[in-house]
Design a protein around this ligand. Structure first.
Ligand code: PBG
Length: 316
């Protein structure tokens, strides 16, 4: 039986789905076909409304049409950017595999090869993400953070045209579509922590389908542990506050107490203008990734993250 992979129409989505199709062919030896699905997110963007304005992260605006197609039996597999997936499970759908993640960091694409520190005071930096906006404001560089909409290509185009001095994007997205040459600085997570799950893919299938076991071969245990910790941070923090959140976890080989793997997690919650922030880190056993992330977030709430409110809510 040919495996049908549902994909959104964007270049990034098609590249990601194509990558998973290739993995399925090579590692599972199965026939694969891509099926294009138009999501509400695509329709809304086409209508000119920025997705970040209508649906903050957590509502999974790009996700539901793919899941609908999965549950209706129109496709067998759905591929998502993990950072677009809500933290709560969807009935009938299983997250069967999280493959090795791409570089999770954010990058700057600026005019004239400039870095953040080289941009002049008042330079216009485009991002639609409250998380990126707050963290850039927190650097105190006097930059003018402004909203931006459209796909990756459109955003880069706004730097080329001079409308913006720079935009902030996920390195993983640029890597996947072969546009890394546009990057003028990769942002240090000490300054800008990525969105939970950034750079990772989530491969879903129907719960109980034979593909649940087959797709497990594409799972990367270290990526899964890191992403589980990040998603636990998000789930716990969004239960207690509406602040923008950045978090990054890594599993470091042989760094544990008895030479085993060690999980490291960093996280930040900020006021939308970046003037207040709670930043903390933790480490633990990768086998308890969810607990490590949950505990870290609870400590952040106790340290004042619960008071960092925002109307805008979370977003990638
Ligand atoms: N916000 C939308 C989105 N969802 C996933 C990616 C990039 C790929 C990834 O992070 O896995 C992007 C673009 C971006 O943030 O620059």
């Amino acid at each position: 039986m040919t495996i049908r992979i549902g994909t959104r129409r964007s270049l990034l989505a098609k590249t990601q789905s194509g990558h998973v199709a290739e993995m399925i062919r090579e590692r599972l030896g199965r026939e694969v076909e891509l099926v294009e699905i138009v999501t509400d997110g695509d329709r809304t963007q086409a209508a000119g409304t920025p997705v970040t304005e209508m649906a903050p992260q957590g509502t999974g605006v790009y996700v539901s049409a793919l899941r609908d197609a999965l549950l209706a039996g129109e496709v067998d597999v759905a591929v998502h950017s993990l950072k677009d997936l809500p933290t709560y499970p969807h009935p009938g759908v299983t997250l069967a595999a999280i493959p090795v993640r791409e570089d999770p960091r954010d990058v700057l694409v600026a005019r004239d090869g400039l870095t953040l520190g080289e941009l002049p005071t008042g330079a216009r930096v485009g991002t639609g993400s409250p998380r990126r906006a707050a963290q850039i404001a927190a650097l105190g560089l006097g930059l003018d953070v402004v909203g931006v909409r459209g796909n990756v290509d459109t955003r880069i185009g706004k730097v080329r045209s001079g409308e913006y001095d720079a935009v902030v994007l996920a390195r993983a997205g640029l890597a996947r579509i072969g546009r890394l040459d546009e990057v003028t600085e990769t942002l240090d997570p000490l300054q800008v922590l990525p969105a939970p799950g950034q750079g990772a893919l989530g491969i879903e299938c129907r719960t109980g389908d034979e593909l649940v076991d087959a797709l497990a071969a594409l799972d990367d245990a270290r990526t899964r542990a890191a992403v589980e910790a990040e998603r636990a941070v998000l789930a716990t923090l969004e239960g207690g506050c509406a602040a923008p959140i950045g978090t990054l976890a890594e599993v470091v080989e042989g760094d544990g107490p008895d030479g085993g793997d060690e999980l490291w997690v960093r996280a930040v919650a900020l006021s939308p203008d970046g003037t207040a922030a709670v930043r903390m880190s933790a480490s633990g056993d990768p086998a308890t990734a969810t607990e490590v992330g949950t505990q870290l977030a609870k400590e952040m709430l106790a340290e004042g993250a619960d008071a960092l409110g925002s109307e805008a809510g979370h977003d990638a």
